[in-house]
Ligand binder design. Structure first.
Ligand code: IVH
Length: 817
């Protein structure tokens, strides 16, 4: 390409990319797929690299970042970035309004109401229409120059064009991470076992201070602007300034409103009290500002805050309720989170029954005692929090709540790393929720995509010893006969300290009797909870007679139960449960010694596993009766469906397998990056820290996680077993075989949805037939394959340039298909 051709192409690409950015961010519309968009951007970046002189400071390629900043330069603000005074009540607002009226000496003023956005304040300076500097608030006087990072925020104009743009101006606003992005990032972090971001505000401020702007670019920050400054801005009121910057292309939240009086301000505050939760970001109040600039000047400032503006902060709603208990959740990474169970209470329109307590420090800070009355608050967060204890309602002698020392799931002694607030269960290898979490991640859609292995099934397989790690999944095939009849839930069981398995009385009676529904039994037991076990069984016999339901055999079976309970006085009594062995003795007593049944029911956690161990040949009638003891079970259909999914997953490409391994800090993108870069798991494993750090997007934490992962022999063993089962541990070489020459010399683009090809397939296909795939509409194209829903602007442009559009069918004919 000659330089003059490059100039033209760069201008063309820039224009198109800007157009699509504008659509995406300002109008929430799209005309082209992400893939097509990336192709345009890639072409631009490539051209600019080839012709570095042609790189403009406002090129949309700046949005992809790539600048590394070791230390941010400190820059002084043209005028101080002030903070606002806060108010929390109507009275305080009215007092503020009184001060304004007094200060001006008349009541002829207007307010401009805006939401108070919870993000990071930013100042952008433009000269001759170009963004030249972006600076954080810092201490108000000077802040950090974060220009390279801010340029990656796609809807911040790099250039402002139009009539009467002042030679120099400044806009101020709030950078934020949209809630949706925040949740997405945290979901990814959760999946890769990475530390979660605390809240969207910290996430935004952390992102803005990142050293690598290409990482910032991926975070999809956004910004709302609320202030225009400059000597020649040509407006005298805030609402005019806001409309001006809106027209210049700055993103302004559409929530603003002019108010003629403080009464109207109060209406605005009420209007947004609940509605604000539907906004794309956290807000914590309302800002009211005097609209007229001259009046602002008249009112002036106090030491730190303007007298012409103030913030009203919504008070978090609060309620008092009783703490019932604390349960401890074990996360996928072994992190322990205490959760308070509360007496249900109404709060901000929902019933609250639980609140997060975060960690041991929090329980200590609150000084929680058993059965305390606590204040719960709900801010913007989804999970409410306990903010205080009411000491006047503490029960006399109530003991303080100690923190647990052992994992509630596996009993391991908990550890707390220095400097960390959370306790961890160190038993990563066999603590059930940790195993479950890892396997759930492994089978998830974006990893191995085995959707026939849902949480309930995985849990059953883990609890009953079939899988301990993801390599075990591929060995289920040889255990299919054991899976048939396996129970999906163990809720009906209870284990006594000696390890003996008990089953709920309702399940036991359900299996022993016929023609009585489970519901009838449940209801009967519920009504008779006050009776001791023997009396309850006698009463049940009387009920069977009253129902007239198969009286002799049903009453007889309950008699058997009473006799067996009597003949084994050595077995512990557990309220509402009976030993499984005693029930099985009734069914199997003639075929197998009670000692054997007892032994097996100490070893196993379900009836299914006990029966597998006893290995008896049972009649179908007996199988049906015993089945009534069980929960839902795995049946043939379910098992073959699972096997199919497991088998199909072996086709997942290396990058998916790498992501599935759940190495800390390796999300989907990083897995892709590493897979492409190294090609095989061996090369990744052998890579030195230096080699890893050379890769754009790889930092110290990631290197540490990789080293840690490969240093564990269990992981290497699992990988070698997965390899044995045929999973892919190397990147597939794209076949560059030539399929034909029908497209030789042709320059081709496909647009819209195609029936026979995915996005990257069409590129390969064109190339394999000798053609050249071009990423954007230009007059150099020989033709465009028009797919479904081709973007109207593209189509119009193709028609204008006289590029022929052909259908997918015609295209296939061309290559003889
Ligand atoms: S105006 C002199 N408007 O709140 C007034 N600030 O406490 C300058 N903020 O540093 C600020 N939303 O980061 C203004 N609609 C809004 C705002 C807003 C959030 C932040 C801003 C400022 C802080 C002041």
């Amino acid at each position: 390409m000659t330089p003059s051709e490059a100039i033209a192409r760069i201008a063309q690409l820039s224009k198109e990319i800007n157009h699509h950015n504008q659509l995406y961010y300002q109008e929430s519309r799209i005309e082209i797929s992400d893939f097509e968009f990336d192709q345009l951007l890639e072409e631009l970046v490539k051209l600019e690299r080839e012709f570095p002189d042609l790189l403009l400071s406002d090129s949309p390629s700046q949005r992809v970042g790539g600048t590394l900043t070791k230390e941010f330069r400190t820059v002084e603000h043209s005028s101080r970035m002030l903070s606002l005074g806060n108010t929390y009540s109507q009275e305080e607002l009215i007092a503020f309004d009184d001060r304004v009226a007094k200060g001006l000496g008349h009541p002829n003023y207007e307010y401009f109401c805006e939401m108070k956005f919870d993000g990071v304040a930013i100042s952008l300076v433009y000269e001759n229409g170009k963004l030249i500097r972006a600076v954080t608030r810092g201490d108000g006087t000077k802040g950090d120059d974060v220009t390279a990072n801010v340029k990656t925020i796609r809807n911040i104009p790099l250039t402002v064009t139009g009539e009467n743009i002042p030679a120099k101006f400044e806009v101020r606003g709030e950078i934020f991470l949209p809630l949706k992005e925040f949740l997405k990032i945290n979901a990814e972090k959760e999946a890769s076992g990475d530390q979660l971001l605390a809240n969207p505000r910290n996430a935004a401020s952390g992102t803005l201070k990142m050293q690598d702007s290409s990482v910032v670019a991926k975070r999809r920050l956004n910004c709302y602007f609320y202030q225009l400054l400059g000597d020649e801005i040509g407006v005298s009121k805030h609402d005019e300034a806001i409309h001006l910057i809106e027209n210049w292309g700055f993103n302004v939240s559409p929530t603003y409103k002019k108010a003629k009086s403080i009464a109207e301000v109060l209406e605005y505050i009420e209007e947004w009290r609940e509605k604000r939760y539907s906004l794309p970001l956290d807000t914590d109040g309302v800002v009211l500002k005097i609209n007229d600039y001259d009046q602002r000047e008249e009112l002036g400032f106090t030491a730190k805050t303007p007298r012409w503006a103030i913030a009203y902060k919504y008070k978090a709603e609060s309620a008092e309720t009783e703490l019932l208990s604390i349960t401890y959740q074990v996360g996928r990474t072994g992190a322990i989170t205490p959760v308070a169970n509360l007496a249900p209470v109404q709060l901000a329109g929902t019933t609250v029954k639980r609140a997060s307590l975060h960690n041991a420090n929090e329980i200590e800070r609150l000084d929680l005692h058993e059965r305390d009355f606590v204040a719960v608050e709900k801010g913007g967060e989804i999970i409410p929090k306990i903010t205080a204890v009411n000491p006047t309602r503490r029960k006399p002698g109530a003991p303080p709540i100690p923190y647990i020392e052992n994992c509630p799931e596996c009993g391991s002694a908990l550890v707390r790393k220095e400097g960390e607030a959370k306790h961890y269960c160190p038993n990563a290898v066999s603590c059930p929720p940790q195993v479950l979490g890892r396997i759930e991640h492994f089978v998830s859609k974006r990893a191995m995509d085995i959707d026939s292995l849902g949480t309930e099934r995985i849990r059953a397989l883990i609890d009953q010893g079939f899988i301990r790690n993801y390599a075990d999944i591929y060995e289920l095939e040889t255990k299919q006969h054991e899976l048939l009849g396996l129970e999906m839930s163990q809720d009906q069981y209870e284990r006594e300290v000696s390890g003996l398995l008990y089953i709920s009385l309702e399940k036991a009676l359900f299996a022993l009797t016929e023609t009585i529904s489970f519901k009838q039994i449940q209801d009967f037991l519920l009504e008779n909870t006050h009776l001791p076990l023997r009396d309850r069984l006698r009463a049940f016999q009387a009920q069977i007679r009253a129902w007239k339901k198969k009286v002799p055999s049903n009453v007889g079976m309950v008699d058997f139960l009473l006799q067996n309970l009597d003949s084994h006085p050595e077995l512990m009594k557990v309220e509402d449960y009976v030993p499984v062995a005693i029930i099985l003795e009734i069914f199997l007593g003639r075929r197998v010694a009670f000692e054997n049944i007892l032994e097996a029911s100490k070893k196993h956690g379900t009836v299914h596993m006990i029966l597998l161990e006893l290995d008896l040949d049972l009649s179908s009638e007996l199988i049906e009766r015993i089945k009534k003891l069980k929960a839902n079970t795995f049946q043939e259909g379910v098992i073959s469906n699972m096997m199919e999914g497991i088998f199909a997953s072996k086709e997942q490409p290396f990058e998916k397998v790498l992501f599935a391994l759940g190495i800390r800090n390796i999300g989907e993108n990083t897995a892709q990056l590493l897979a492409k870069h190294f090609g095989t798991i061996e090369k990744l494993q052998e890579a030195s820290s230096e080699q890893l750090l050379e890769i754009n997007g790889v930092g110290e934490t990631l290197v540490h996680s990789l080293k840690e992962f490969f240093a564990q022999p269990e992981n290497l063993e699992i990988i070698s077993r997965l390899k044995f089962h045929g999973l892919k541990f190397e990147i597939e070489q794209k076949e560059s075989t030539q399929l034909g020459t029908a497209l030789a010399g042709k320059r081709i683009l496909a647009s819209g949805k195609l029936q026979n090809f995915k996005r990257d397939e069409i590129v390969d296909f064109v190339q394999a037939h000798g053609g050249q795939y071009i990423s954007g509409v230009s007059k150099n194209l020989d033709f465009i394959i028009e797919g479904e829903e081709m973007g109207p602007s593209k189509k119009e442009k193709a028609l204008k340039l006289g590029v022929p559009l052909i259908s997918e069918e015609e295209f296939l004919k061309m290559v003889g298909k």
